[in-house]
Design a protein around this ligand. Structure first.
Ligand SMILES: NC(=O)c1ccc[n+]([C@@H]2O[C@H](COP(=O)([O-])OP(=O)(O)OC[C@H]3O[C@@H](n4cnc5c(N)ncnc54)[C@H](OP(=O)(O)O)[C@@H]3O)[C@@H](O)[C@H]2O)c1
Length: 204
């Protein structure tokens, strides 16, 4: 069966690492930044052969799973109407030291991914890929069954979306561990014990 089409918004450190690993795993991968596809030509030909550059809107429209890998303070540039029924991986973190304080994310009762879900109303948001450093995505992946295989936690409110995302996590070399509802993303945001920590699935 053909794998899902993956669209990555953000072509920086995290976006390119996810693009490379998912393309190697057989996904059809598209990627976009805010400057347009022509700005990505050289990088794609050298670092990401097989990955397709597009506009933000085009990549969203042509993909089944969308990974958000842009600075969180940019989320309102995304057009919510494009995301209806899409599976969205929110890999973004609220990190005031680099982005500055953002009023809505200062409310500790609501997680950043719940804000993203509220903003992208029709989408099925799954929080994951946010708690691992981009270089570790490329260095720590291992085949299924390896006892040292690193766990990747996820949280979301839609069961089917979590299944699709778990397949992706497995395909890029990590063991998916479902922590339940989207609000449980608070367990692996920055400044938690799971953030940037290395566990195997059984430890969790
Ligand atoms: N770096 C990591 O190891 C890591 C790990 C886990 C999670 N994260 C999270 O992932 C997000 C991205 O981090 P990063 O380190 O990859 O940042 P980065 O290296 O600065 O890359 C950000 C990318 O987003 C693009 N971008 C910015 N605004 C955009 C917009 N409005 N529309 C489309 N593209 C836009 C930028 O390109 P243009 O400016 O050219 O548009 C750039 O390609 C952050 O929320 C971070 O917390 C990062």
């Amino acid at each position: 069966m053909p794998k899902s089409k993956l669209g990555i918004i953000g072509s920086g450190r995290l976006g390119t690492a996810i693009a490379r690993q998912s393309s190697k795993a057989g996904y059809e991968v598209r990627i976009a930044n805010s400057r347009g596809p022509e700005s990505l030509g050289l990088m794609l030909s050298v670092l990401l052969p097989g990955v397709i550059a597009g506009t933000v809107g085009g990549v969203i429209e042509q993909s089944d799973i969308i990974v958000l890998a842009i600075p969180l303070n940019q989320y309102k540039t995304l057009k919510p109407e494009l995301f209806a029924a899409k599976v969205v991986i929110d890999a973004m973190n609220y990190w005031p030291p680099t982005e500055g304080a953002i009023k809505e994310f200062m409310n500790e009762e609501v997680t950043s991914s719940e804000y993203i879900q509220h903003y992208l109303k029709g989408a099925h948001v799954v929080k994951t890929l946010n708690h691992i450093a981009y270089n570790e995505l490329e260095e720590h992946n291992l085949p299924a069954g390896d006892p040292k295989r690193r766990a990747m936690v996820l949280a979301g409110d839609d069961k089917e979306a979590k299944t699709v995302v778990s397949e992706l996590i497995d395909a890029i070399g990590f063991d998916p561990v479902d922590l339940g509802e989207l609000k449980n993303g608070k367990k692996f945001q920055p400044d938690t014990s799971l953030f940037n920590a290395r566990y195997v699935a059984n430890d969790l």
